[in-house]
Ligand binder design. Structure first.
Ligand SMILES: C[S@@+](CC[C@H](N)C(=O)[O-])C[C@H]1O[C@@H](n2cnc3c(N)ncnc32)[C@H](O)[C@@H]1O
Length: 281
């Protein structure tokens, strides 16, 4: 299934984030970069799936995950047997951390395959959108999504120092799956990110990312393109980079699958999504 997705990076037209692309790590700039991400995603939380290009992208991603559900390698629950379980206490638990969850694209795609979802995101508006989407108590009447055992919290685990104490309890550890959907290219230090997230897996648990194959940068004349470019630290990933990042984070059985089709951001910027997975040793 895996092909080498590497193409050479084109020059970085934007000095402001060249530093992030090179993997340089600096506390002050990281704080500013996180703030840029938080503000940007707060602004777009309410319109994440409103445009036709967004709907098309989300539909394709949903179908891609669905088509590869067994390939992910998590022993998901079979909703056919748990739907009307006679003894709910006997139902096997499958716990998922949806990191950089946004409004819940990945949680929604995995749906009833898992029994518990914990979402974490920097942006409070994204967290609110996630919780409105999946929590039946606060969901409005027009929201047709099935309710899931899914709840998100505001946070950032990708810190060089110990992650916040609020995330130290058992609720935030021993996951069967930790997944990052379209978030990895927004993290300044992806090696640290992988390490921090793999810490949250149980041994044998799966780390999964959905992101874009290495791509060229766009000219950034349009204000929307410029604003989102400032939140991007990596212009996609190559298979070789990912293999190294996954191995360094303590993962084995690396596998990568490309979608084999493209999505168009704002109807223009062509991207090919991939899924990459590894199991915690
Ligand atoms: C492109 S959205 C993806 C949302 C969702 N996972 C999806 O697949 O649609 C990127 C998300 O990453 C979040 N994010 C960026 N940096 C983050 C960090 N360091 N920690 C947590 N979330 C972060 C943003 O707030 C935003 O919601």
């Amino acid at each position: 299934m895996a092909e080498d997705p590497s193409h050479s990076h084109l020059g970085d037209h934007n000095g402001a984030h060249a530093m992030h692309q090179s993997g340089h790590h600096d506390h002050h700039d990281d704080a500013a970069f996180l703030e840029t991400n938080r503000n940007h995603w707060n602004k777009f939380a309410a319109s994440y799936s409103s445009e036709p290009w967004q709907k098309d992208m989300l539909n394709k991603i949903n179908a891609f995950i669905y088509a590869n559900i067994n390939w992910i390698g998590v022993d998901f629950v079979d909703s056919a047997t748990t739907f009307e379980a006679t003894d709910p206490a006997q139902v096997r638990k499958v716990r998922v951390l949806d990191y950089a969850c946004g409004p819940g694209t990945i949680t929604y795609a995995l749906g009833s395959h898992a029994t518990e979802y914990v979402g974490i995101d920097l942006s409070e508006n994204m967290v609110q959108a996630y919780n409105l989407r999946f929590n039946p108590a606060i969901k409005d009447a027009n929201n047709e999504d099935e309710s899931l055992n899914a709840h998100a919290e505001i946070g950032n685990l990708l810190t060089t120092e110990e992650p916040p104490a609020a995330f130290s309890g058992p609720k935030y550890h021993d996951f069967d799956l930790v997944v990052v959907g379209l978030g990895f290219h927004h993290f300044s230090d992806v090696r640290l990110a992988a390490k921090r997230l793999v810490e949250r897996l149980r041994p044998g648990g799966v780390f999964l990312i959905l992101d874009f194959v290495t791509h060229a940068m766009e000219a950034e004349e349009h204000p929307d393109v410029k604003a989102s470019a400032n939140t991007v630290a990596h212009h996609g990933f190559s298979e070789q980079e990912l293999r190294e990042i996954f191995a360094e984070a303590g993962l084995k059985d690396f596998a990568l699958g490309r979608m084999g089709d493209e999505v168009y951001i704002r109807g223009k910027s062509k991207r090919e999504p991939f899924l990459a997975r590894g199991s915690k040793i």
